[in-house]
Design a protein around this ligand. Structure first.
Ligand code: F0G
Length: 377
């Protein structure tokens, strides 16, 4: 059996690389697709729900799929430095892959609004961190302006190689299920990931999409998944936002986005037009959740299934559960929810919402432990 060496090697025929491309990889991709056991029963609905646990990537989020591709191409093109704006996960991934490549990562993050785990990662991997008194959208604007003047490669999802790497999640899902799901639910911030998945589904089924021409302009169609079996169907793509940061629901950018799900605290999505195209082509929809709904879904997934994702990721399962209950997602459907990031990324939010957890402080003696067991059985 071949050793798994990351998604570029796995799907190299469908990505813009050649034999001389120096791959920068940390073994990303190949994440588990876990079938939920208890939640469908609790919903009382006959629906197959799978979660794609992207939190098990090397830096704990789906960003690694895009970053292996973006940094590989940056290095191939001779770049010595990369830059991104980030709500946390992109900065962690950029910092790690830059470290691996031996180049410099500059990251711009909103001061006080990124989860502790993500900040720890960027610091440990040795990125140059610029905390701004501003939000992600302002950081993104600055990145675009500075990259036009300085010799740094942008590795936000406006870099088309990012979407090329991220599309491989759809390939993995089709190969594991033997077909595309009926619905694919994701949290939406900048809307790069929902776009990348749709590109992946379209390529795999050799279906036409306006987004593929655009995405493939730089690799002369080489990324088209022509060799795979043409198997049925593409999912409806469903994008969920936090209601304080829901430009797709408002139909316009949001000035001061706010949500406990800091990963998707974004008011001006970079892939705006592409995401509307995805909705139109797939027949899917956008919807929004309150912070309370997001946190309740995060807790439920952890308590009922043993799967710990970060708050933003829980928007996918929270939204899907609501739409299944309402019948908007029909019984008999197969649903995939992407869990974009690991729960360990944001320990503060997790601990905050577990104030009523079953934790007791007791003396270090046998009687106290025995009493605690008896009274909590
Ligand atoms: N979930 C998580 C955990 C994220 O970190 C992000 C985006 C998303 C969902 C939304 O994905 O932007 O492709 O629609 N995080 C970016 C970052 C913005 O900087 O880490 P999207």
């Amino acid at each position: 059996r071949d050793r798994y060496t990351g998604l570029i090697n796995r799907y190299r025929d469908h990505l813009p690389v050649n034999d001389d491309t120096p791959l920068i990889s940390l073994g990303e991709g190949n994440t588990p697709l876990i079938r939920l056991k208890n939640i469908p029963r609790l919903l009382g609905k006959d629906v197959d729900i799978y979660v794609k646990y992207e939190g098990l990537n090397p830096t704990g989020s789906f960003k690694d799929r895009g970053m292996t591709m973006a940094v590989t191409k940056a290095v191939e093109e001779g770049s010595n430095a990369i830059i991104c704006a980030s709500t946390g996960n992109t900065s962690a991934a950029a910092a790690a892959y830059a470290a691996r490549a031996g180049i410099t990562a500059f990251v711009i993050i909103p001061e006080g609004k990124i989860a502790m785990g993500k900040l720890a990662q960027a610091m440990m991997y040795g990125a140059v961190i610029m905390q701004i008194r501003g939000n992600f959208d302002q950081g993104m604007q600055l990145v675009k302006e500075v990259a036009a003047q300085a010799p740094v490669t942008i590795v936000n999802s406006v870099n088309p190689y990012r979407l090329q790497g991220q599309k491989t999640a759809a390939f993995e899902i089709i190969e594991e299920l033997g077909r595309a799901p009926d619905y694919h639910c994701l949290p939406v911030g900048n809307a790069g990931n929902i776009t990348a998945h749709w590109i992946g589904y379209c390529e795999y089924s050799s279906a036409k999409s306006d987004l593929i021409t655009e995405a493939c302009a730089f690799c002369e169609g080489k990324c088209r998944y022509a060799g795979g079996p043409v198997i049925g169907g593409r999912p409806k793509m469903v994008g969920y936002q936090a209601n304080g940061a829901a430009p797709f629901l408002r139909g316009a950018p949001v000035q001061d986005p706010e949500t406990v799900a800091t990963a998707i605290r974004i008011g001006n999505p970079q892939s705006w037009d592409k995401a509307w195209k995805v909705k139109e082509e797939s027949g899917g929809w956008f919807d929004e959740l309150t912070d309370q709904e997001i946190l309740a879904a995060q807790k439920m997934l952890a308590e009922k299934e043993g799967i710990f994702c970060e708050p933003a990721s829980a928007a996918s399962i929270g939204g899907a559960m609501r739409d299944i209950k309402a019948g908007k997602i029909a019984e008999g459907s197969t649903v995939v929810c992407t869990l974009t990031g690991n729960g360990l990324k944001d320990p503060d939010t997790a601990i905050d919402q577990c104030k009523d957890s079953r934790m007791v402080t007791i003396d270090a003696d046998l009687g106290a432990v025995r009493d605690a067991i008896v009274s909590n059985m």
